[in-house]
Design a binder for this molecule. Structure first.
Ligand SMILES: [Zn+2]
Length: 298
């Protein structure tokens, strides 16, 4: 499979998934993690919610048609207004409702690169696809480069950007006292991760981000992944080690002079496919993605 076929493959999958989703049938289900903090599941990336007397803070908001349902689910936890809406990154399954939540009065907070990319038309040369800018109401009002602290509801909330991994605007949200972390798509549980190279992501940055997350957390931390069920440090460590192993094998094959198109036949992910191959990124595609990325000098 050539690289442009790979990109088109991912786009087709993304379009198919969104076209097939019947948002009317989606229910938003809360999972309680502490007295103040919940994960909400629906369709798209996991949502984090913190409630308290000083206001509600929400992390990610799935797709735009779900905004009213999500707002309703948040209001059942606490009737107060949503003060802050954090985006873990720019993808539409995490930030699709930004315009709606802006209109409800929330202040949108994200990494500098999320705003930069939302403001501009983007062009993916491989897929020959142009994405228009997001509406102005979706653009984050508060942005930062490396670290931002919130002090709200007697909790210290730290937003970290460690490296360009899943995208170049990834944010990890840490609730320090509650010992809960929302990783966005820097850590997912649907299988092989997607590394969005056209949005500045890279495999080395992806692994580096996981290493930095591991330094933040301990065996008691509740980890909200970008997708999938709540996880532990051991789960994050395992994924980190497996991705690093695949990266190292691909790098060694490239060093030996293997061509990208020969990479898929090497069986690098064979031992991982049973566990990770059920997601939308298949083992061979992941190997090609890593190989193209490493060859591109990331
Ligand atoms: Zn994503």
């Amino acid at each position: 499979m050539k690289s442009n076929h790979l990109s088109i493959f991912f786009l087709l999958i993304a379009f198919t998934v969104s076209a097939q989703t019947n948002y009317d049938s989606v229910t938003i289900r809360p999972v309680k993690l502490s007295e103040q903090i919940y994960m909400l599941k629906g369709s798209g990336g996991n949502i984090g919610v913190m409630i308290g007397k000083e206001g509600t803070l929400v992390i990610d908001n799935q797709f735009a048609p779900l905004s009213n349902k999500i707002n309703g689910a948040v209001k059942t936890l606490d009737p107060g207004e949503i003060k802050f809406m954090i985006n873990t990154h720019l993808h539409g399954d995490h930030s699709g409702g930004n315009e709606n939540f802006y209109k409800m009065g929330a202040t949108i907070v994200a990494h500098d690169q999320v705003r930069e990319r939302m403001m501009k038309e983007s062009f993916n040369a491989r897929a020959n696809r142009t994405t228009p800018p997001r509406d102005k109401e979706a653009w984050p009002a508060i942005t930062f480069a490396d670290k931002l602290n919130f002090h709200l509801n007697d909790e210290d909330i730290i937003l970290h950007h460690f490296d360009a991994g899943h995208t170049d605007g990834d944010v990890i949200v840490q609730f320090k006292k509650a010992n809960i972390v929302h990783t966005g798509d820097a850590f997912v549980r649907y299988g092989y991760p997607f590394i969005d190279i056209s949005s500045g992501g890279g495999v080395n940055g992806f692994i580096n981000t996981l290493d930095k997350i591991l330094l933040l957390i301990d065996d008691n931390t509740k980890v909200i992944p970008g997708h999938g069920e709540v996880a532990t440090k051991a789960d994050v460590k395992k994924v980190r080690d497996h991705i690093a192993d695949i990266r190292d094998q691909v790098a060694a094959a490239l060093k030996k002079g293997k061509k990208i198109e020969d990479m898929a036949a090497l069986g690098i992910t064979d031992k991982y496919d049973a566990e990770y191959g059920k997601g939308f990124v298949k083992g061979k595609d992941f190997v090609l993605m890593v190989a193209e990325n490493l060859k591109g000098g990331k």
